[in-house]
Design a protein around this ligand. Structure first.
Ligand SMILES: CC(C)(COP(=O)(O)OP(=O)(O)OC[C@H]1O[C@@H](n2cnc3c(N)ncnc32)[C@H](O)[C@@H]1OP(=O)(O)O)[C@@H](O)C(=O)NCCC(=O)NCCS
Length: 156
C-alpha cells in the first residue's frame, strides 16, 4: 500500500537538475560519477529528444533547490543484435527515503508512454540476476524474460 498521495510531477531533465541527479545517484550507488552524468545530460537531455528520454520526478510544488524524487532514462534503439526498434530503459533510481510511494511506477509509466508515442510496441531493460529489488519492480510492471541472453568474457 502506498504511504502517501503527495502529487508529483514528471518532466524532462534540464541543466539545473544535473547536480541533483549526480547527488541522488551517489546516494543510491555510493559512487559519485559527475563526468558520466554530465555527458549523459549532453547526449540525452538535449539531442534527438523524440527518441531519447531522460525524465525526472519532483514534488508538484518543487522549488529550485528541492531534491529530485527520482529519474528514469531510456532511448529507442534500432537493429542492435538484429532486433527491430524498441524502447530500452537503462537507468532508474528513486530517493531511498521516498520509495514504495509509487514514484518508480510513475516514472516507468511516463517513459512507457514516450516509447508508445515514438511508435514502439515493446520495451526492454537489463537487471543483475542477484539484484532482487529491480527484478521485482520490473516484474511488477509487467516485464518478463526476453529472447536474448547476455554473453561476456574477461579480457586479459
Ligand atoms: C526499483 C526502484 C526504482 C523502485 O522505486 P519505488 O518508487 O520504490 O517503486 P514503487 O513504489 O513505484 O513500486 C512499484 C512496485 O515495485 C515493486 N517493488 C518496489 N519496491 C519493492 C520492494 N522493496 N520489494 C518488493 N517489491 C517492490 C512492487 O511490486 C511495487 O508495487 P506495490 O507498491 O503495488 O507493491 C527503487 O527501489 C530504486 O531506486 N532502487 C535502487 C536502484 C535500482 O535498483 N534501479 C533499477 C535498476 S537500474
Amino acid at each position: 500500500m502506498r504511504v502517501t498521495d503527495t502529487p508529483i510531477r514528471i518532466r524532462r531533465v534540464k541543466a539545473s537538475d544535473v547536480a541533483k541527479v549526480i547527488a541522488l545517484d551517489a546516494r543510491v550507488t555510493g559512487l559519485p560519477k559527475s563526468t558520466y552524468w554530465r555527458d549523459l545530460f549532453a547526449r540525452f537531455g538535449r539531442r534527438r529528444l523524440a527518441e531519447r528520454f531522460f525524465l525526472v520526478a519532483e514534488p508538484d510544488a518543487a522549488a529550485a533547490r528541492t531534491p529530485l524524487l527520482g529519474f528514469i532514462i531510456g532511448e529507442v534503439r534500432a537493429w542492435e543484435f538484429g532486433s527491430a526498434p524498441c524502447g530500452w530503459v537503462f537507468g532508474l533510481a528513486v530517493d531511498p527515503d521516498r520509495r514504495l510511494e509509487g514514484v518508480g511506477e510513475k516514472l516507468f509509466e511516463a517513459i512507457s508512454a514516450e516509447f508508445r508515442k515514438a511508435g514502439m510496441d515493446k520495451m526492454r531493460t537489463m537487471v543483475a540476476r542477484d539484484n532482487l529489488l529491480p527484478l521485482r519492480f520490473f516484474r511488477g510492471e509487467g516485464m518478463m524474460a526476453g529472447p536474448y541472453i547476455q554473453l561476456e568474457k574477461d579480457l586479459e
